[in-house]
Design a protein around this ligand. Structure first.
Ligand code: NAD
Length: 372
């Protein structure tokens, strides 16, 4: 199969769809890989590394799109890329189609098969291509929190781990899923006093085991959150209710009772945020203050560490890409139902129920379309 990797053109996107080691594996398996020049530059992956791995470096995006049978990307195609759509093209990328009727219409119009990273699902119901970015954001949340606690950055001037004779910082993490667990690992590793709040008692039991009782676990309710926040130096928000906006668990009056110069990092901001005082910020202007509490609410945190994020993402996408390349779209999606769940559009039809419902469109499962 001919696989194409264009350079990402969405604003602030610094990741790339494939790393050189994946190119080498595809090349060895007999596939042809075209990489647009400088596609990996923002992730510190250079053309020479891709060429060395067996890729053909091409000058123009149009060449990648027109010659490839399968395009591997990171972000949904941008309007400037719609002109490259054609019948039979397979697109493997984050699509997030529900709020994007124009992109959906273009994919349907040209009969492009869109396999969306975010709807691929494992047997246990987990979303394997969302997990790596939560791991990155969770670990990063403590790194940025520690930095903003420094006085010159606007924070209280607290060292997360304290020193002998001086207490460490109190780090409170709301939501003990992927983001929360990864945040806890880093905060605990840096010597902070860590509390995780979750509404799922079984998850708290698991966390108690994982951390061997070295962190405090608390059942989530308004009273507990308010009490914990009064003593916290750094609060990390990582709650998720799948398919819904994040619940506003932290009210304005709780923020106003926090210590002056304490820091909140609302990782859940991409779902609206779990602090009433949160609004999305960017890497260019990441912070603002409410009641003397520093807020960091960047909605695409992994973009700050594109090298790590690209490797984390492609580690997770590669097995699915290998299946698509070696078996072809229909066989790969039929033999791997989890991958099949990623198919959102196929031959001019929507094949993912939630996308169809959100846009008032009809939909058909892949099984009803194969061989049509
Ligand atoms: N800002 C970014 O750059 C970025 C990057 C990656 C992920 N995220 C976001 O981070 C959020 C968390 O992702 P995740 O992968 O950790 O999700 P997850 O499903 O693994 O964990 C969410 C946790 O929240 C808990 N929860 C739900 N309601 C709660 C409540 N009322 N009180 C306490 N806990 C509650 C759940 O029990 C679960 O343990 C998501 O919104 C995700 O989109 C943001």
């Amino acid at each position: 199969m001919v696989i194409g990797v264009p350079r990402e053109i969405k604003d602030h996107e610094t990741r790339v769809g494939l790393v050189p080691s994946a190119v080498a594996a595809l090349h060895e398996a007999g596939h042809t890989v075209l990489v647009e020049t400088k596609a990996g530059e923002a992730s510190t992956l250079h053309d020479e590394e891709y060429a060395h791995a067996g890729a053909r470096i091409v000058e123009k995006a149009s060449q990648v799109w027109s010659e490839a049978e399968l395009i591997v990307k990171v972000k949904e195609p941008q309007p400037a890329e719609y002109e490259f759509f054609r019948p039979g093209l397979v697109l493997f990328t984050y699509l997030h189609l529900a709020p994007l009727p124009e992109l959906t219409a273009q994919l349907l119009r040209y009969g492009v098969s869109g396999v969306a990273y975010e709807t691929i699902v494992e047997r246990d119901g987990s979303l394997p291509l969302l997990t790596p970015m939560s791991e990155v954001a969770g670990r990063m949340s403590v790194q940025v929190g520690a930095q903003y606690l420094e006085r010159p950055m606007g924070g209280r001037g607290i060292l997360l781990g304290g020193v002998p004779g001086v207490a460490p910082a109190n780090v409170a993490i709301i939501g003990g899923g992927v983001v929360g667990t990864n945040a806890a690992k880093i905060a605990h590793g840096m010597g902070a006093h860590v509390t995780i709040i979750d509404k799922n008692l079984n998850r708290l039991r698991e966390l108690d085991d994982i951390f061997n009782g070295m962190i405090v676990t608390l059942a989530s309710n308004t009273y507990t959150i308010a009490e914990t926040l009064r003593l916290a130096d750094l609060v990390i928000g990582g709650v998720l209710i799948p398919g819904a906006a994040a619940p506003k668990l932290v009210r304005r009056d709780m923020i106003s009772k926090m210590k002056r110069g304490s820091v909140v990092v609302d990782v859940a901001i991409d779902q609206g945020g779990c602090f009433e005082t949160s609004h999305a910020t960017t890497h260019t202007n990441p912070i603002y203050f409410v009641d003397n509490v520093l807020h960091y609410c960047v909605s695409n945190m992994p973009a700050a560490v594109p090298h790590t994020s690209t490797f984390a993402l492609t580690n997770a996408t590669f097995p699915y890409l290998q299946a698509l390349a070696s078996k072809g779209l229909e066989r790969a999606c039929t033999e791997h139902p989890g991958l099949g769940a990623g198919l959102n559009t196929y031959r001019g039809e929507v094949t993912y129920q939630a996308v169809a419902e959100s846009q008032g469109l009809p939909w058909k499962p892949l099984s009803a379309l194969i061989g049509k």
